[in-house]
Design a protein around this ligand. Structure first.
Ligand SMILES: C=CC1=C(C)c2cc3[nH]c(cc4nc(cc5[nH]c(cc1n2)c(C)c5CCC(=O)O)C(CCC(=O)O)=C4C)c(C)c3C=C
Ligand SMILES: [Fe+2]
Ligand SMILES: [Fe+2]
Length: 352
């Protein structure tokens, strides 16, 4: 076999014109990624959703040989019915979907409008678990000509159980692509002034609409198992910093704005203090009025609307409390969209 050198003019002529190296500029996808949600409240869709969620080794760190018999034999035989009944209470019947999906879509649509002046940008939204799947949305963006994707896991505070697994799933989708896009990921924004300002304004606006001034306001974050935190997940520190900055911004005392962790799952210890126990204790201690805000949830969902809006309210009233308010998440409000838009514009710099 003979190798023809580029210096050989005869061989170069026979090979035809060389490629020019010109590659048309691609589009840029912005992908909002939220946790995920079931497609329906019946047993089957609840089972599918919970199976995908609770099979994620970033979420349940137990050895599969130990966890799977518990998951399939116990959790997936009982929890779909119980959780399905909770989802049914908050279901968006007009669209036949969960609020988490409705709000995430609304955020994506509003972000698309806000970035409308940048023709190379395509905004879309996906779920880590369930639909629209991360893989299908990544594929759709690539098919629309995106050779760069900005991944935006919608969690202000980082946790391996949420932020990291959202990015894992995006890269898993890329593993199946020959021409995979470049990826950037929006970092956690737990201390960003735009986020703290948005929370403070939203809280002030909602408190002004109440007929009472709460004695205590609770910032309640989704918990994680304590061992995850002990092993280095910075989530707890991020939550505490958000509340500290919020307290500073609102000019409130340590006693007025407190931090708790909700939504325990399973038998092991989770981050403390627990929201339900704290709400009960406040009632027993004679506190008559409280408000709860969920800064760690970018949109209202089962954990805020049902666990806080219904369950925590009941717990407080049973413990002797009188006035209870649940402050909505930022959702697709003007304040909430200002946060998302600011983060996206900043992280796109250099690409646009
Ligand atoms: C070990 C289990 C779980 C960990 C760890 C966990 C972390 C975690 N989750 C969120 C945000 C959300 N979780 C939601 C629902 C939900 N979470 C778990 C379990 C763990 N979460 C379950 C089993 C469920 C399903 C509901 C139920 O059966 O009780 C939701 C709401 C989804 C919706 O459709 O409304 C959100 C949002 C965070 C931020 C987090 C760690 C920081
Ligand atoms: Fe959760
Ligand atoms: Fe819950």
């Amino acid at each position: 076999m003979t190798l023809s050198s580029p210096a050989d003019p005869k061989a170069a002529k026979a090979a035809g014109p060389l490629p020019t190296g010109h590659v048309p500029a691609g589009k840029i996808g912005v992908m909002l990624i939220n946790l995920g949600t079931p497609d329906g409240t019946d047993f089957k869709p609840m089972w599918r959703y919970l199976r995908e969620f609770l099979s994620d080794p970033r979420v349940i760190e137990l050895n599969k040989a130990i966890w799977y018999p518990i998951l399939y034999g116990l959790v997936l035989t009982t929890r779909p019915k119980k959780s399905g009944a909770n989802y049914a209470r908050i279901w968006n019947r007009e669209r036949d979907e969960s609020p988490l999906r409705t709000y995430t879509r609304a955020q994506s649509e509003k972000l698309g409008q806000a970035l409308g002046g940048l023709p190379e940008i395509v905004v879309d939204w996906a779920m880590r678990y369930g639909n629209p799947s991360t893989a299908s949305v990544a594929q759709r963006l690539v098919e629309q000509g995106c050779d760069r994707i900005l991944s935006f896991p919608l969690y202000p505070q980082y946790s391996a159980t949420t932020t990291a697994t959202a990015n894992d799933q995006l890269f898993r989708a890329l593993m199946k692509m020959r021409a995979a896009p470049a990826i950037r990921s929006v970092p956690p924004y737990y201390a960003e002034p735009v986020y703290i300002d948005a929370l403070a304004r939203s809280i002030e606006r909602h408190l002004a609409s109440l007929d009472f001034e709460p004695e205590v306001v609770i910032t309640s974050y989704h918990g994680i198992p304590k061992p995850y935190s002990d092993k280095g997940d910075p989530y707890q520190a991020h939550c505490l910093e958000t509340t500290r900055l919020l307290r500073e911004k609102l000019g409130w005392s340590d006693e007025k704005l407190i931090t708790t962790f909700q939504s325990r799952f399973g038998a092991q210890e989770w981050l403390q203090p627990y929201t339900d126990k704290t709400v009960e204790k406040l009632g027993h201690d004679g506190v008559k009025s409280i408000a709860i805000v969920n800064p760690g949830f970018s949109v209202d969902c089962i954990e805020t609307l049902d666990e806080i809006g219904r369950e925590a309210a009941e717990t407080f009233h049973h413990a002797g409390g009188e006035k209870f308010a649940h402050i909505p998440c930022l959702n697709d409000s003007a304040e909430g969209m200002a946060v998302i838009e600011a983060m996206v514009r900043r992280e796109l710099s250099g690409w646009v």
